[in-house]
Design a protein around this ligand. Structure first.
Ligand code: BMA
Length: 328
């Protein structure tokens, strides 16, 4: 059995037992969707968002699509990881010297990663097209943005939760400027979060039908004694458009550019009404996990149909076992 290492206990992790007789690798929360339409005045839809435990409660960075359809980032607060209040104003960023930076045209799909005593927000930002932006905060009040660390076009940047051999590691999915009919996961390395290099291809689309068009990293990788567990999104192209499912990889513990296991099955695919019907139907887009190192419980947050936020549960033992047994 794989064991979580370098994890933390989250005593108040949201949790619901697996329905009796259900055999899938993850099960959905019976109260889904946990965030519904119009969660705040300016926001028509919040989805593809991320949270972390903070001061005994939870704090999140939310993608909120405004009344003009354009996405921006908002802070959200929750006592239980299920009910959220979004702040009315967008997050304002400053540069590394504390001076306000001009708001870009759009911001979306944030991940939040704790590394030592800092929290990093990594999201898709506008730089003559979509690319990856990084900001750091200690208090969720001041967010210091790094100076354009990535070239366009790129999305789905996810930092590893600790430095490896003294360097930061980022997974990303280079894209085009539109709805991108391709996508593979790359790995990049940096000493300072601004200058990135030593790029490697980690996982390519196309092995299985449900990720035949693209594959991208989802939540922050989970460190195990024998690898790094990475939930992914995989995209199929049907005659009625793209379908986004949840998948998983396990990367080698010492060489994170190597895939040890790649699940041949999706772990969840759009089946519930809130996943199959919405602004963009048939989307499950994972962006965050809470992992309780004491019990191995995992709460996974995902964007549903680009309209809602869904929650699903599993345990490290159950999901790792499933991926290992169903790997090529
Ligand atoms: C991707 C991203 C996500 C979105 C998904 C489905 O390319 O833009 O924000 O959830 O498409 O529309």
């Amino acid at each position: 059995m794989s064991k979580i290492i370098n994890g933390k206990a989250i005593k108040n992790i949201p949790w619901e037992e697996c329905p009796k007789g259900y055999e899938g690798p993850l099960w959905r929360y019976s109260g889904n969707p946990i965030v519904k339409r119009h969660p705040s005045k300016e926001v028509a839809r919040a989805f593809n968002s991320a949270l972390v435990p903070f001061n005994g409660e939870f704090i999140g960075v939310f993608r909120g699509d405004n009344l003009d359809d354009i996405p921006h980032l908002y802070l959200g607060h929750s006592k239980d990881g299920i009910h959220f209040e979004l702040e009315e104003n967008r997050i304002q960023f400053v540069d590394q010297n504390g001076n306000p930076v001009k708001e870009t045209l759009y911001q979306y799909d944030p991940r939040v990663i704790q590394i030592e005593d800092k929290y990093f927000v990594v999201w898709c930002d506008e730089l003559n097209g979509p690319t990856i932006a990084i900001a750091e905060t200690k208090d969720f009040k001041t967010f210091k943005k790094y100076d354009n660390p990535f070239l366009p076009y790129n999305r789905n940047g996810v930092l590893f939760p600790r430095k490896i051999n003294g360097n930061y590691y980022m997974l990303s999915r280079p894209s085009d400027s539109g709805h991108t009919a391709f996508g593979d996961i790359f790995l990049s390395e940096s000493k300072d979060l601004t200058y990135w290099g030593k790029h490697r291809v980690v996982a390519q689309k196309g092995y299985e039908w449900w990720c035949a068009l693209k594959i991208g990293a989802g939540p922050v990788p989970i460190e195990l004694d024998d690898g790094w567990f990475v939930f992914t999104h995989g995209v199929n192209r049907t005659c009625n458009g793209y379908v986004y499912s949840l998948g998983a990889l396990i990367l080698d513990h010492d060489d994170v550019s190597k895939v040890k296991y790649r699940c041949k099955n999706f772990l969840l695919t759009p089946e519930m009404d809130y996943e199959t019907n919405g602004f963009v139907s048939n989307v499950i887009f994972p962006t965050c996990t809470l992992v309780d190192a004491e019990t191995g419980r995992i709460a996974l947050y995902y964007g549903a149909a680009d309209t809602y936020i869904g929650l699903a549960f599993t345990t490290v033992d159950r999901v790792v076992d499933y991926v290992k047994k169903n790997s090529r």
